[in-house]
Design a protein around this ligand. Structure first.
Ligand SMILES: C[S@@+](CC[C@H](N)C(=O)[O-])C[C@H]1O[C@@H](n2cnc3c(N)ncnc32)[C@H](O)[C@@H]1O
Length: 233
C-alpha cells in the first residue's frame, strides 16, 4: 500500500492541474503505520482507474470527501449500519487513524481510499450510484488568489451530480462565511440541483452530522457554521 501511495503522490505532484489540497507529509504514529500496513488490505480500496466501485444494491451509498482523521465519518457509519460508506482522504495519517477506528468499532459498512477524490469520482464511481455525497469543512483557501483551489466549483458539482442518483443529496458544511456564500452561489447556479433549505440558503446542522474535529477548532475560535443540502432533481 505504501509504495502505491508514494507513487500516487508523486503522480499527483507532477501534474499541473489545480488541486484542492497540498500534500502534507505529516508523520505517522506507530498505530497509524501499522493500520496502513495491516488493515489497508481489509478496509482500503486502491486507486485504479480501470476498476469501478460497485456499491451493494438495497443499501444507501454515502460518499464522504476529505474526512480528515475520520472521527465524524466513523460516528456516522456506527449510527447507520443500514448504509454503506466510502471515505476518501489524501492525508495518510488521517487514513491510518480512520482504519484504526474502523477496526476498533468493528465496522463492516465503511471503506476508505487515499487518493484525490476528483480522480476517484471521474474514474471509479459509476454514474447515478450514490445516495449522498458529503463534504464537511473543505479547505477554505481563504486568500483571494487561492480561491481557485476550492473544491466546490461549477465543474466539480456537476461531476458530483452525475454520480448521484436522482433524489440523491449533496451535503456541505463550512465555518468560513465567504466559502459558504461561494458554495451557495455555485449550487444556486448549478443545473439540476434544488436547495433543501426552506429559506433558500442554509440549514441547521442535521442531527445525523456529528460535529467534526475541524468544526470544534472553529467553534473555539468563535466561527459560525453553515450547512447546505441540495438534491439532484
Ligand atoms: C479542513 S480538512 C477537514 C477535515 C474533516 N472533514 C473535518 O471536518 O474535521 C479538509 C480535508 O480535505 C482533504 N482533501 C482536500 N482535497 C481533497 C481531495 N481532492 N481528495 C481527497 N481529500 C481531499 C484534506 O486532505 C483535508 O484533510
Amino acid at each position: 500500500m505504501n509504495e502505491q501511495l508514494n507513487s500516487d503522490n508523486e503522480n499527483i505532484k507532477s501534474k499541473r492541474t489545480i488541486r484542492s489540497f497540498v500534500l502534507r507529509q505529516g508523520r505517522l504514529t506507530k498505530g497509524q503505520e501499522q493500520a496502513l500496513n495491516n488493515l489497508w488490505p481489509v478496509f482500503g480500496i486502491e486507486y485504479d482507474a480501470n476498476s469501478p466501485i460497485y456499491f451493494a444494491t438495497g443499501k444507501p451509498a454515502v460518499l464522504e470527501i476529505g474526512f480528515g482523521m475520520g472521527a465524524s465519518l466513523i460516528e456516522m457509519a456506527k449510527n447507520a449500519p443500514n448504509k454503506n460508506f466510502l471515505g476518501i482522504e489524501v492525508h495518510k495519517p488521517g487514513v491510518g487513524a480512520c482504519l484504526m477506528a474502523i477496526e476498533e468499532n468493528q465496522l463492516s459498512n465503511l471503506k476508505v481510499m487515499c487518493h484525490d477524490a476528483v480522480e476517484v469520482l471521474e474514474n471509479m464511481i459509476p454514474n447515478h450510484s450514490l445516495d449522498k455525497v458529503q463534504i464537511f469543512f473543505p479547505d477554505p483557501w481563504h486568500k483571494a488568489r487561492h480561491n481557485k483551489r476550492r473544491i466546490i466549483q461549477p465543474k466539480f458539482v456537476q461531476l458530483i451530480r452525475q454520480k448521484l442518483k436522482l433524489g440523491g443529496i449533496l451535503h456541505l458544511a463550512t465555518d468560513w462565511q465567504n466559502y459558504a456564500e461561494h458554495m451557495l452561489d455555485v449550487l444556486n447556479q448549478a443545473e439540476g440541483f434544488e436547495n433543501l433549505s426552506p429559506s433558500s440558503n442554509y440549514i441547521p446542522r442535521p442531527d445525523d452530522r456529528p460535529i467534526t474535529k475541524f468544526e470544534k477548532r472553529g467553534q473555539n475560535l468563535g466561527h459560525g457554521v453553515w450547512d447546505l443540502q441540495f438534491v439532484n432533481k
